[in-house]
Write a protein that binds this ligand. Structure first.
Ligand code: NAD
Length: 354
């Protein structure tokens, strides 16, 4: 079996659902259920014995030791993190704690477990660390996209904490020989993304007739990847990635934020027209985020060359699927916005026999 951390969050939940759709290997899913963790994302797995959910903190060494001893995973796929840049500006401490100290705790627990494995199990063990392209800093308009060799220049508390965790992972390989793999991915979008992030926020606000807040001049450029493609890339790296290597994962799809918002508006005009007028009328410019990186772009040649991975979705197909999902899952959005998702465990499991 594999141990997944953060599997009740956006990408982790998509990964667990895809994993169990395509394969029978069980998953132990360790998640603290912070505001970003939502067990409703995993409702389709209720009663599925291949999925074992454990509510707990990646900083809790005793718990992680117990999970390793009890379940003897062949790999750990580490998603758990504080992930929202704006929150990191207002409260960086939680980012240092979870992203740095939490990754350190997992590495130390994994090292103790891995060191005691026998030869074949030890050789097969993997620690896959899921990271971000934000560690590389900001690009000028004509700079080449980020390759794996790009120096780290993190600019926000979020990206600095992820960069620190990447360095720890690298060091545990070089110093102790721990069999690690790291992926650095661009902006994801798709089902189950918490509506504080750009695309789900714009969909939710547009449907509610609320302002669509765009930072600064809206010209900050990001590379966008459909979440299912990111999950497929992680599966490939886990199966065949070279130990100690990092792999950049991206969608070959650089777009300014304003273009993303206009695309969302145009699709909503088509799929859910608003009698009051085109959704783009709601676009409102707001003060920029402090230290807002101007441009990220990913050179994803290495993962394609070595592992044959390329995104299956274009932005046009992925964004259409995403908007269709949000339109079909308005209850999920309402539960997140009202906070009702936090009572989901009690509602769903409270009166069930153990
Ligand atoms: N969202 C993106 O566009 C993106 C892009 C590249 C990389 N990443 C990375 O992918 C990973 C997942 O991102 P996401 O967008 O799904 O994040 P998310 O915020 O949606 O989910 C994070 C999950 O981690 C859990 N968690 C937080 N602190 C924890 C702790 N101390 N112990 C255990 N669980 C804890 C939360 O409850 C939540 O379920 C992160 O490591 C992030 O840095 C995200």
């Amino acid at each position: 079996m594999i141990l997944v951390t953060g599997g009740a969050g956006f990408i982790g939940a998509n990964f667990v659902l895809d994993w169990l759709r395509t394969n029978d290997e069980p998953v132990v899913n360790l998640d603290a259920l912070t505001y970003a963790g939502n067990l409703e994302n995993l409702a389709a797995l209720q009663g599925d014995r291949r999925h074992i959910f454990v509510q707990g903190d990646i900083c809790d060494r005793a718990l992680i030791d117990r999970l390793f001893a009890e379940h003897r995973p062949r790999a750990i796929v580490h998603f758990a993190a504080e992930s929202h840049v704006d929150r990191s500006i207002h409260g960086p401490a939680a980012f240092v704690r979870t992203n740095v100290e939490g990754t350190f705790t997992l590495l130390e627990a994994a090292r103790a477990y891995w060191s005691a494995l026998d030869g074949a199990e030890q050789a097969a063990f993997r620690f896959l660390h899921v990271s971000t392209d934000e560690v590389y800093g900001s690009l000028g308009p004509n700079d080449p996209p980020f390759a794996e060799t790009k120096a780290y220049e993190p600019n926000s508390p979020y990206s600095a904490s992820k960069a620190a965790s990447d360095h720890l992972v690298r060091a545990w390989h070089h110093t102790y020989g721990l069999p690690v793999l790291t992926t650095n991915c661009s902006n994801n979008y798709g089902p189950y993304q918490f509506p504080e992030k750009l695309i789900p926020l714009m969909i939710a606000n547009a449907l509610a007739g609320k302002a669509l807040p765009v930072y600064g001049d809206g010209r900050n450029v990001r590379d966008w990847l459909y979440v299912g493609d990111h999950c497929a890339a992680i599966r490939e790296v886990l199966a065949r990635g070279r130990l100690g290597e990092t792999y950049n994962v991206g969608g070959w799809n650089e777009k300014p934020n304003l273009e993303i918002v206009h695309t969302v508006c145009a699709l909503l005009d088509e799929l859910r027209p608003d009698p009051a007028g085109p959704h783009a009328r709601l676009i409102t410019y707001v003060a920029d985020r402090p230290g807002h990186d101007r441009r990220y772009a990913i050179d994803a040649h290495k993962i394609e060359r070595e592992l044959g991975w390329r995104p299956a979705e274009t932005f046009e197909t992925g964004i259409r699927k995403t908007i269709a999902w949000y339109l079909a899952n308005q209850d999920w959005v309402a539960d997140v916005q009202s906070g009702a998702y936090r009572e989901w465990v009690a509602r769903n499991y409270g009166d069930r026999p153990a």
